[in-house]
Design a binder for this molecule. Structure first.
Ligand code: FAD
Length: 280
């Protein structure tokens, strides 16, 4: 990690480029203004930064960049409330504050020799993108690598232009949408149906990483367990309201777990007693 000595202190960062991905989703390529700090900036796939707009507030945003790229660091953002709307009014060259990276990453060291299945719903593909880049870089060490993606409709598939290059690099991709257009050749239905039907050569040697709406992850876990994937091989990225990002304020607490510090990526046995429990 490349924290400032004090994790409350922001680095000043500059927006290098902005790309519209979907009607309400933009990717911001951000670089630290201090060149030395930018060059030393490292993160693990699955980690997040706190993006700060003075006078507006701060939001947790996952890093969607390739970890091996030394260029600007991509963050893919859906416009939701105060901070993300205000971010939408910024332009390349504008500055903002950045703290991070924070949190745990995907357990990619466990991928070697295994069948790896990634299950993404909607913008949940953003925190998985750095993992996809790293897994493709070590593709020959994996048994298989499959991405199952669900979106509401074909025009709302995130990173659509990257799917073909990823396929060519060795990622098997299956897509499904809730509502299909006339020219749609993929599946129709929820993403967990893709998992139900996926041919699993060796469930015990399968590692599954998932990120998306909680209801999607709940059905993904159920399907994976039914298919015989061991509970400890299931990894989920969770979201809660975050303020300090360093396990002090308690806003993201789930039972005894601080999502910001112990997560956001958890293995299923660790988070199962608390996630999907009403009232928590
Ligand atoms: C670890 C982690 C990683 C994350 N990664 C990403 C990511 O990569 N990309 C991303 O887009 N998000 C991500 N999020 C979610 C993001 O942090 C939240 O959406 C965040 O709250 C956005 O900040 P905001 O100030 O724009 O929204 P907030 O003002 O906090 O609003 C959040 C929610 O409240 C609703 N809301 C806000 N204002 C109103 C209003 N006036 N009336 C009705 N409803 C309202 C919004 O619709 C939204 O659903 C992540 C969260 C976590 C914890």
């Amino acid at each position: 990690m490349t924290f400032s000595a004090n994790p409350w202190v922001h680095d000043t960062a500059r927006i290098a480029a902005i790309r519209q991905e979907l009607p309400d989703v933009w990717t911001y390529d951000i670089e630290l203004v201090d060149r030395t700090r930018h060059e030393n900036y490292r993160f693990r796939p699955g980690q997040f930064n706190m993006l700060y707009l003075p006078g507006v507030g701060e939001s947790a945003i996952s890093i969607s960049a390739d970890p091996d790229s030394r260029g600007p660091v991509a963050h893919t953002v859906r416009r939701a409330g105060n901070v993300t709307q205000a971010l939408g009014r910024l332009e390349p060259g504008d500055t903002l504050g950045l703290r991070g990276p924070f949190g745990t990453g995907w357990p990619l060291e466990q991928a070697v020799g295994r069948n790896v299945v990634l299950v993404a719903g909607g913008i949940g593909l953003a925190p998985l993108r750095p993992a996809i880049c790293q897994l493709l870089a070590q593709r020959e060490q994996l048994q298989s690598l499959t991405l199952l993606v669900g979106a509401r409709s074909p025009d709302l598939l995130l990173f659509g232009a990257e799917l073909e290059p990823w396929r060519r690099a060795g990622l098997d991709i299956e897509l499904t949408v809730d509502r299909a257009a006339a020219d749609w050749r993929g599946q129709v239905g929820v993403v967990t149906l893709l998992l139900d039907r996926l041919e699993l050569i060796d469930p015990a040697a399968t590692l599954l990483l998932t990120c998306g709406p909680e209801v999607m992850m709940r059905y993904t876990v159920q399907s994976a367990l039914r298919r015989g994937i061991p509970p400890g091989n299931l990894w989920l990225s969770t979201e809660r309201n975050m303020q300090c990002a360093i396990g002090l304020c308690g806003h993201c607490q789930l039972g005894p777990v601080f999502i910001c510090r112990e997560g956001p990526v958890f293995d299923w046995p660790r988070i199962a007693p608390w996630l999907f429990v009403e009232g928590l």
